[in-house]
Design a protein around this ligand. Structure first.
Ligand SMILES: [Zn+2]
Ligand SMILES: [Zn+2]
Length: 401
C-alpha cells in the first residue's frame, strides 16, 4: 500500500493530467463516465442498503409491533431516501471533478481532486431525515477519530494496544452512560445508537436491601434484580453470537455442513463482550441501588467504567472510540437545546461534509491509515469503481517516483 504525500503529487506530471487520465480512466467521455458511475452506484447502493432495510424491518417485528401496510411504506420510503443518498455521493465524485476542472482548475492538486469534490458531495446528506443525519454524523466523526489515531500511530507518536483501547472504552463508557442517564430527563432526547439504553433514574426511595433476593424499591426495573441482570446478559450474548454466526455462515450458505464445522468457540467473543457489557452495568447499578435505597445518575459512572471491561473480549479501534464520540454528540445536542449553538445553522450537515471529504481523501491518498469501514463502504456503493480509480491513480503516481 502506498502513502501519497502532497509533495509527491506536486512533483509528478499528473498535475497537468486530464480528468480522463485521472478520474475516469475507462472512458474518454465525461458524459459516459457520469452514466457509468450512476449505473455502478445504483447497483452498489441497493447491495449496501438492502441489509439495513431488512434489519430495521426485523427490529420492528421483534419489538412486537404489527407491521402494517403503512409502516411498510414508511420503511420503504426511508430505504429509498438512503439509497438516493448513497447513489448521489458515489456517483457525483467523478462528475464534480470533471465540472470543477473545466470551470476552475486546469491543474490537478493534492486538495482539489478528492478532498474538495467529496466535501461538496456530502450535501447529499439532506436526502436523509434529520434524526438519521445525526446518527450518520456520529458514525463518520468516529471514523475520523479512528483515522487520526491510525495516522498518529503511523507517525510513531502512539501505539495502539488492546489494553489501552479497553481503558479508553471503560473511561468513555463511564462518561457516556452518565450523560445518557441525564439526557433521559431532558425534554428532547438525543437520537443515539448504542447496545442498550440505560433506564431513567428512578424517583422511588426505600430502605437498603441486603442479600440477593428480590429488588430494592429504588431499582430502575421491575421484578427481581437477578432476573433483570441475567435476562439482559443472555439477550445481548445471543445478539453478539448471532451477528458473528451470520457473518461466518452466510458466505458458506451453499455448503451447510462446512459452514457449521467452521464455527469455533472463539466466535462467542462478541457475545461475551455484548452480554458482559450489559450484565456488569446492570449488576453494579442494582448493587448500588440496593445498598443506598435510592437511585442516582452518578451510579452510571462506576457501572459504565466496570462494564467496559467486557470490551477486552473483542477489542476494536472504532468501537473503543465510540463512547467518546457519542458523549460529544450528547454535549453537542445539549448546546443546541440551551441556545449556545444557533439553531438555524446547518452544523450537522456541514460536519458531515467535512468528515466525508477527509475520509474519502484518506481512502485515495493514505490507504494505510484509512478506516476499513470506509474502504468497504466505497467498494460496495460504487460496485468497486472506487478501487479501480484509486489503483489507477496510484500506479500513475508511482511512475514518477
Ligand atoms: Zn471528465
Ligand atoms: Zn435491581
Amino acid at each position: 500500500m502506498v502513502e501519497i504525500s502532497k509533495f509527491m503529487v506536486e512533483k509528478s506530471d499528473l498535475r497537468f493530467g486530464t480528468c480522463k487520465q485521472l478520474v475516469h480512466p475507462w472512458t474518454d467521455s465525461c458524459k459516459h463516465a457520469f452514466t457509468s458511475m450512476l449505473w455502478a452506484c445504483g447497483k452498489g447502493s441497493i447491495v449496501f442498503y438492502t441489509p439495513y432495510f431488512i434489519v430495521f424491518t426485523v427490529q420492528i417485528l421483534m419489538r412486537g409491533k404489527k407491521l402494517g401496510k403503512k409502516e411498510m411504506i414508511e420503511q420503504f420510503k426511508l430505504y429509498l431516501k438512503s439509497g438516493v443518498f448513497g447513489l448521489t455521493v458515489g456517483s457525483s465524485f467523478v462528475t464534480l471533478n470533471c465540472i470543477f476542472r473545466r470551470l476552475f482548475f486546469s491543474e490537478f492538486s493534492y486538495y482539489t481532486t478528492v478532498l474538495l469534490p467529496c466535501t461538496v458531495s456530502g450535501l447529499a446528506i439532506y436526502f436523509e431525515p434529520p434524526y438519521r443525519r445525526v446518527l450518520v454524523v456520529n458514525l463518520f466523526v468516529n471514523l475520523v477519530f479512528e483515522y487520526w489515531v491510525r495516522t498518529l500511530e503511523m507517525k510513531g507518536w502512539l501505539r495502539r494496544s488492546a489494553g489501552k483501547e479497553t481503558l479508553i472504552f471503560m473511561l468513555g463508557s463511564a462518561v457516556f452512560f452518565y450523560l445518557m442517564r441525564l439526557d433521559r430527563d431532558s425534554e428532547k432526547r438525543t437520537p443515539l445508537f448504542w447496545f442498550f439504553t440505560p433506564p431513567r433514574v428512578s424517583k422511588e426511595v426505600g430502605e437498603p436491601v441486603t442479600g440477593i433476593e428480590g429488588r430494592s424499591p429504588a431499582c430502575p426495573h421491575k421484578g427481581p434484580c437477578i432476573h433483570y441482570i441475567l435476562k439482559g446478559t443472555a439477550q445481548l450474548f445471543g445478539v453478539g453470537c448471532a451477528m458473528t454466526m451470520l457473518r461466518t455462515i452466510l458466505p458458506k450458505i451453499l455448503t451447510p455442513g462446512k459452514a457449521l464445522k467452521s464455527l469455533r468457540l472463539s466466535h462467542m467473543k462478541l457475545g461475551v463482550f455484548f452480554g458482559g457489557y450489559i450484565g456488569i452495568y446492570r449488576l453494579v447499578v442494582c448493587l448500588l441501588c440496593r445498598a443506598h435505597g435510592r437511585d442516582s445518575a452518578m451510579y452510571a459512572l462506576p457501572a459504565g467504567f466496570l462494564s467496559g471491561l467486557a470490551f477486552r473480549a473483542a477489542p476494536s479501534t472504532p468501537i473503543s472510540l465510540a463512547p467518546v464520540t457519542s458523549s460529544l454528540q450528547i454535549l453537542g445536542s445539549w448546546a443546541y437545546q440551551k441556545g449556545m449553538l444557533p439553531a438555524d445553522w446547518p452544523l450537522v450537515e456541514l460536519l458531515y461534509c467535512v468528515c466525508q471529504g477527509l475520509l474519502f481523501h484518506a481512502r485515495v491518498m493514505h490507504e494505510d491509515v484509512c478506516p476499513r469501514y470506509i474502504i468497504n463502504l466505497m467498494h460496495t456503493v460504487t460496485s468497486s469503481k472506487a478501487d479501480e480509480i484509486q489503483s489507477g491513480f496510484i500506479q500513475k503516481i508511482l511512475k514518477f517516483i
